[in-house]
Design a protein around this ligand. Structure first.
Ligand SMILES: Nc1ncnc2c1ncn2[C@@H]1O[C@H](COP(=O)(O)OP(=O)(O)OP(=O)(O)O)[C@@H](O)[C@H]1O
Ligand SMILES: [Mg+2]
Length: 295
C-alpha cells in the first residue's frame, strides 16, 4: 500500500476560512478523486456511498452505529468507519463528539444498540473485549492505561497473558519500538513520566500481536516533543504491519500522518477523506482546525 504523503500545502491555524457551497448529495455528480482533492468542501460526508465503496475490503468496519451509556440517549448516531489492512486512520472531532465511545463500541466496551461491527467479514458486534483480543484487536484506552503498581515488565507480561510462550519474542518487538522500556523494565509504571507510561500502554497492547490497534488520544497530556515522538512511534508500529485506528485531539498532527481521517461530530461522520485532503479543506480548517475551533 502507498505511504501517506507529507502534507506539503499545510494550511496554518487561523487561515481565513473560505465560503464553501454545500456539496450536492447526488453521488453521480461527484467529481473524480483527483479533482475532488482540489474541490473545497469535498470531504464532507453527505451520504454513505464513499463508506460503502471503501469498506468492501476492510479489515475492520463499523456500519451505522448507534450506541450510548444512558437508556434512550445515543452518543453515536449512525457512525460509519472502516480501516483497510495496513492503513493508519485518524479520528478527530470536538470534545464530546463520541470519539472514545466509537473506539469503545468497536472493542465491546459500550453496548451497540443498532448497527454492526465486522472484523475480516465476521460480525463481532458486542463481542467482549477478551474475544476481540484473541481475534487480533488491541486497544489502548485514553486514561488509566497502565497498572501503576506493577513494573514495566509485569505490565507487558499482563499484556501477553493470552499468548503464553511468546513473551520473549513480543518483548523484543516492543523494545525495538520503545527502547526506553528495556532499560527501565524493573521500574514501576506509576513512577514513570506521562510519555513513558504511554509507551508502556501501547507496548502492552502490542504484546498480543494485534493486527488492528485502537489508540485513544495517545498524545494527550504530553509535552510537544513527546507528542511528536508518539506520532512517530505510531507510524513505526503501522509500518511494522499493524493496522491502526487513532483518535486524536492533536488533529493537525494526526492528519499529517494518517492515510485517511474522519471528523466525527455529534456521533456522526461529518468529513472523511485522506489526511491531506482534510487538512486542506477550508470547512474542516474553519470548524475543527483553525482558531475558531479552539475558541
Ligand atoms: N461512562 C459514561 N457514562 C455516561 N456518559 C458518558 C460516559 N462516557 C462518555 N459519556 C458522554 O458521552 C459523550 C461523548 O463522550 P466521548 O468520551 O465519547 O467523547 P470524545 O469525543 O472522546 O471527547 P474527548 O475529546 O473529550 O475525549 C459525552 O457527552 C460524555 O459526557
Ligand atoms: Mg475521548
Amino acid at each position: 500500500m502507498s505511504e501517506p504523503e507529507p502534507n506539503a500545502e499545510r494550511a496554518e491555524a487561523g487561515d481565513e476560512a473560505v465560503a464553501v457551497p454545500a456539496q450536492s448529495a447526488a453521488a453521480q455528480d461527484a467529481p473524480e478523486p483527483e479533482e475532488a482533492a482540489e474541490t473545497a468542501g469535498s470531504s464532507a460526508v453527505t451520504d454513505r456511498s464513499d463508506h460503502l465503496a471503501g469498506a468492501q475490503d476492510a479489515v475492520l468496519r463499523a456500519d451505522e452505529l448507534y450506541a450510548g451509556y444512558i437508556p434512550g440517549v445515543n452518543i453515536l448516531n449512525g457512525a460509519d468507519l472502516y480501516v483497510k489492512k495496513g492503513e493508519l486512520i485518524g479520528i478527530i472531532g470536538p470534545n464530546g463528539a463520541g470519539k472514545s465511545t466509537l473506539l469503545k463500541s468497536l472493542f465491546g466496551l459500550v453496548n451497540v444498540r443498532t448497527g454492526t461491527v465486522t472484523l475480516n467479514g465476521e460480525d463481532i458486534t458486542n463481542l467482549k473485549a477478551h474475544s476481540l483480543v484473541s481475534r487480533g484487536v488491541g486497544y489502548v484506552p485514553q486514561t488509566n492505561n497502565v497498572f501503576p503498581s506493577l513494573t514495566i515488565e509485569e505490565n507487558l507480561e499482563m499484556g501477553a497473558f493470552q499468548v503464553p510462550g511468546k513473551f520473549k519474542e513480543r518483548f523484543e518487538f516492543v523494545c525495538e519500538i520503545f527502547p526506553a522500556l528495556r532499560e527501565r523494565r524493573k521500574q514501576r509504571a506509576g513512577s514513570l513520566s506521562g510519555g513513558e507510561r504511554q509507551m508502556v500502554a501501547m507496548g502492552r497492547a502490542l504484546m498480543t500481536e494485534p493486527s488492528v490497534l485502537l489508540l485513544d488520544e495517545p498524545s494527550a497530556g504530553l509535552s510537544p516533543k513527546l507528542q511528536d515522538l508518539v506520532f512517530i512511534q505510531a507510524q513505526q508500529i503501522n509500518k511494522a504491519g499493524v493496522t491502526i485506528i487513532m483518535v486524536e485531539q492533536n488533529a493537525r498532527r494526526c492528519l499529517q500522518i494518517c492515510h485517511r481521517g474522519y471528523v466525527l461530530d455529534q456521533g456522526r461522520n461529518a468529513y472523511m477523506a485522506t489526511g491531506r485532503e482534510l487538512i486542506n479543506d477550508p470547512k474542516v480548517i474553519q470548524l475543527y482546525l483553525g482558531t475558531l475551533a479552539r475558541a
